[in-house]
Design a protein around this ligand. Sequence first.
Ligand code: FES
Length: 105
Amino acid sequence: MEAIRYRIKVGALNEIPEKLGKTVKIGAHEIAIFRLANGEIRAIENRCPHKGGVLAEGMVSGEHVFCPMHDWKINLKDGKVQAPDIGCVKTYKTELQDGEVIVIL
Ligand code: FES
């Protein structure tokens, strides 16, 4: 049996500042949405696996975000913490539809 997927509109693309995060809460999910310099959208779990830093408040560089608490570097595509640190955050698929950003849960 295939899992049910939910497609949730989280705001207009032009409301998401480039290279900065936006926090979105959908039920029990707290998600950090990012618009990269190349215009692509990424969505990841909003809490750092180290000590819970809010990743939407982190600095974005290329395909990575730096946690604002202790600077762990996390890949926005696969959610993996970069060495020498270890860990992972959940990632979410996104789509654009008529200028609206959609997160798929
Ligand atoms: S809480 Fe993110 S690096 Fe420590």
